[in-house]
Ligand binder design. Structure first.
Ligand SMILES: Nc1ncnc2c1ncn2[C@@H]1O[C@H](COP(=O)(O)OP(=O)(O)O)[C@@H](O)[C@H]1O
Ligand SMILES: [Mg+2]
Length: 449
């Protein structure tokens, strides 16, 4: 492909070989310019004037310039044209002739080129309908062929699309995220309009909640546009619209606060989602204070679950793990969480979505993972404990009713005898020496374990 000229007035929009006459004119002007470029060298040799220059300006045309000091060496066939501050400008009959040829060729070339250009334009305009139809057909072919190529390269399957209410996906993947990392963990999705209409997804930051929700929506969209989908099986009950409220990025430049935007988008979703829609709400209420946010999130869960008395198929990711307590009260809601494994103070992300709720948000673990100093995260743990003990939205009294997070061993480990003994010490009643002895004994015990 050739680059088009910057502007039509500069010329250069007609390709060589399209029009013989134009090609000839181009050659003529090019040839003339070459001749002039060589002239400077020739004239320097002929006259012995080393500073001799051949130049061009739009008023006087081409000229040979000789400085004052060298005027005595000017040959007799030079004709004076113009006097400048530093010397004289001349021309020769041969230079004049070439100049005429170049200028007229240039002029003719431009005129012809523009004429041809207009001619082509009207040819195109006359067939615009056919051309547009061809372009549209090619565009469609491109889309279909690309989807086919992507499907083959990435092991997609042909989904079933039907009029039911259920969305069943086995081993679903996120088509983009899976390309950017190795070891993407596939996940299932089971939604319907009965008990699995509203999936509340909890799990620590970075667990994969957003990815999971988006992959579900993407698979639905891909299925409905006729594409194969990244899964091992998918059956999609038609969706009329997909509504999303995702992410909490600051958009101060546009003059609206993050939270305002969040609420504007939320309002649109709540007002317009139908029982045939699919709604994705990612961390709603995050943009405001904890209590506000929690209250809004909870009210939204209830509203969508009950909308039009039948509810809307929804995926709802939240860091307010207290919302999982709604599962009993809302018939069509199910708790899910993304499994993590706690190893000591570390957190291992398993990326697997499993039924049931988390009862912790693991924010402090994640902070630790990210390298926040131990002093800060330890202090945060203390503060968290205080807050939860005295807070209405702290860990609910009834959280034990709900499925505990999949923790492997660490949670039910028995308290160490060292700690038990430590707790039983009455420090106030001890002398410093007794305290020191007790400490030494405890240390021995701890080391012996
Ligand atoms: N199924 C998965 N398999 C492997 N990696 C994943 C998976 N889902 C998410 N991730 C990784 O985890 C990161 C965080 O995921 P994200 O969905 O943003 O988490 P969350 O919304 O829970 O904070 C992603 O950028 C991706 O690298
Ligand atoms: Mg997220």
């Amino acid at each position: 492909m050739d680059d088009p000229p910057v502007s039509v007035r500069e010329g250069g929009m007609i390709k060589d070989g399209y029009n013989e006459k134009l090609d000839e004119l181009k050659k003529l002007s090019l040839h003339g310019k070459d001749w002039i470029a060589e002239l400077q060298q020739q004239e320097r040799e002929r006259t012995g004037i080393k500073s001799l220059k051949v130049g061009y300006n739009s008023v006087f045309g081409y000229y040979i310039e000789v400085t004052k000091a060298n005027l005595s060496q000017v040959p007799p066939d030079y004709i004076r044209k113009q006097t400048t501050a530093n010397g004289e400008r001349f021309y020769t009959p041969a230079l004049k002739e070439k100049e005429m040829m170049i200028l007229s060729a240039d002029e003719k070339k431009m005129a012809l080129e523009f004429e041809l250009f207009n001619e082509i334009n009207s040819l195109i305009a006359a067939r615009s309908k056919e051309l547009q139809a061809t372009a549209a057909a090619l565009g469609e072919l491109d889309v279909v062929a690309t989807l086919a190529e992507v499907a083959v390269n990435n092991r997609y399957v042909r989904p079933e699309v039907n009029g039911s209410c259920s969305i069943l996906i086995r081993d679903g993947r996120h088509p983009v995220v899976e390309r950017s990392l190795t070891g993407f963990v596939p996940n299932d999705t089971h939604m319907d309009c009965e008990e699995n209409q509203f999936l509340l997804i909890t799990g620590p930051n970075m667990a994969g909640k957003s990815t999971y929700m988006r992959q579900t929506a993407l698979i639905v969209i891909m299925a409905q546009i006729g594409s194969f989908v990244p899964a091992s099986y998918a059956s999609v009950g038609l969706v009329d619209r997909i509504f999303t409220r995702v992410g909490a990025f600051d958009d101060l430049a546009s003059g609206q606060s993050t939270f305002m935007i969040e609420m504007v988008e939320l309002a649109n979703i709540l007002n317009n989602a139908t029982p045939k829609s699919l709604v994705l709400l990612d961390e709603i209420g995050r943009g405001t204070s904890t209590y506000d946010g929690y209250s809004i999130a909870k009210a939204v869960v209830e509203f969508i679950h009950n909308k039009d008395r039948v509810g809307v198929r929804s995926l709802f990711a939240t860091h307010y793990h207290q919302l999982t307590a709604l599962e009993g009260a809302l018939r069509r809601m199910k708790n899910y969480h993304i499994a993590v494994k706690e190893e000591g103070n570390d957190l291992v992300f398993l990326r697997k979505i499993v039924p049931g709720a988390t009862d912790r948000s693991y924010g402090i673990h994640v902070a630790r993972l990210a390298g926040v100093p131990l002093k800060v995260t330890q202090r945060a743990r203390e503060i968290l404990k205080d807050v939860e003990d005295g807070s209405a939205i702290g860990r609910g009294k009834d959280s034990s009713r709900y499925t505990q997070l999949m923790l492997f061993g660490s949670e039910d480990a028995k308290e160490s005898p060292v700690v038990e003994e430590l707790k039983s010490l009455n420090v106030d009643a001890m002398t410093p020496l007794e305290a020191l002895n007790a400490l030494a004994a405890l240390k021995k015990k701890a080391a012996g374990r």
